[in-house]
Design a protein around this ligand. Structure first.
Ligand code: NAD
Ligand code: ZN
Ligand code: ZN
Length: 362
């Protein structure tokens, strides 16, 4: 079928609205009418080719919508169901078989390969195959072709237009806290970078009962939003020594790096108490290196890399929807809506920091 999509023509190019053609639905695939799709920093690092993608390309990987059609063997969802599209894992490797999909051996190819696993294209333009199937959805479009495996049915009473970011940015931050770091009530955490990922981590830290929640971000508006969402302290890293400030509070039992900047990662490790665990979530260009003090680690600090909040989406996303509905994960405070053809404005607002989570409404 034909649909309209935001297509990027080349490295760091503009998003242009164009007509594209979606491939025929396969037995295990799901056609979704996109109701909302968040703009994530990862869309922009791919637009800028920090990951090896090709052009023209259709990005978008935080889509929510209504199931329009399902392939013959799909049992999980039916037409009319409300769904969130999320990341894709292969379903066959040892990690997938033990129920640990974020450690899938094929995860990079599944999400950034631009085509299905067998090499076929899901998106064509002017009759030619283009880079699509981004996170098995390419949802900067009116319709998206997803797979049963990365389609999560959600409560139809929840406002669907807000839910797309649960499929990436929000589950990344909230899951890093709730699934991996698992801070005990009364413990402390420092979150570096208060974009949607960091703010989701702060909301989750508040939900699980952290009593010292430090937000670090150079942008004043993001620090004040962090305080509103449950942070107990907020520091501007351009004013003074953030590590010393956090150590004055006794050091952080947990920290989370949500910027992708090597120097910030270093601070997130150095601010830890002993023992302390730093979660690394921020995405840097492939090959980026960082320097750490070996003794700082040896005395009882550790670092863990976390993909998509180590979430098993079918289980975790409905829990996040329930927290949202109860007002304990107030996503609406992060969001501004745009039409699909306002995507360039949405991206500018996200990059300038004016809006935390831009959601396009195709
Ligand atoms: N690991 C994963 O699975 C996963 C999933 C989604 C996103 N990501 C990555 O997570 C990161 C955060 O995503 P986002 O959408 O929230 O991005 P974002 O750009 O909205 O947020 C980044 C924040 O970092 C702040 N920042 C800049 N310099 C800083 C400094 N020196 N100290 C502290 N903060 C600083 C910015 O002001 C901004 O608020 C990105 O790198 C993204 O690619 C990773
Ligand atoms: Zn796998
Ligand atoms: Zn993302």
């Amino acid at each position: 079928m034909k649909t309209k999509a935001a297509v990027v023509g080349g490295k760091s190019g503009k998003f242009e609205i164009d007509e594209v053609e979606l491939a025929e639905l396969r037995d295990d695939e799901v056609l979704v009418r996109v109701v909302g799709v968040g703009v994530c920093h990862t869309d922009l690092i791919c637009r800028d080719q920090l990951y090896p993608v090709s052009f023209p390309a259709v990005f978008g990987h935080e889509g929510s919508g209504v199931v329009e059609k399902v392939g013959a063997k799909v049992g999980k969802v039916r037409p009319g169901d409300h769904v969130v599209m999320t990341y894709r894992a292969c379903g066959r490797c040892p990690a997938c078989r033990r129920g640990d999909p974020t450690h899938c051996a094929e995860i990079f190819g599944c999400n950034f390969g631009g085509r299905r696993a067998d090499g076929s294209a899901t998106v064509h333009r002017h009759g030619l195959p283009i880079f699509g199937n981004f996170f098995n959805q390419s949802s900067f479009a009116a319709y998206a072709l997803a797979n049963e495996a990365n389609t999560v049915k959600v409560d139809s009473e929840a406002p669907l237009e807000y839910l797309g970011p649960l499929g990436c940015g929000i589950q990344t931050g909230a899951g890093a806290v709730m699934n991996v770091l698992r801070p005990a009530a009364g413990s402390s955490i420092a979150v570096f970078g208060c974009g949607s990922v960091g703010l989701a981590a702060i909301m989750a830290a508040h939900v699980v009962g952290c009593t010292t929640v430090v937000a670090v971000d150079p942008q004043e508006s993001r620090r004040s939003l962090a305080l509103e969402l449950g942070a107990s302290h907020a520091f501007d890293p351009t004013q003074g020594d953030v590590v010393a400030e956090i150590q004055k509070l006794g050091g952080a039992d947990f920290s989370l790096e949500c910027t992708g900047i090597p120097a910030v990662f270093r601070q997130a490790v150095d601010c830890l108490a002993v023992p302390g665990v730093c979660g690394l979530v921020g995405a840097a260009p492939l090959g980026t290196e960082v320097t750490l003090d070996m003794n700082n680690i040896m005395f009882g600090r550790s670092v863990v890399g976390i993909i998509e909040g180590q979430s098993v989406p079918d289980e975790f996303i409905p829990r996040l929807v329930a927290l949202f509905r109860q007002g304990r994960l107030p996503l609406e405070k992060l969001v501004r809506f745009y039409a699909l053809d306002e995507i360039d404005q949405a991206v500018r607002d996200a990059e300038s920091g004016q809006v935390v989570k831009a959601i396009l409404r195709p």
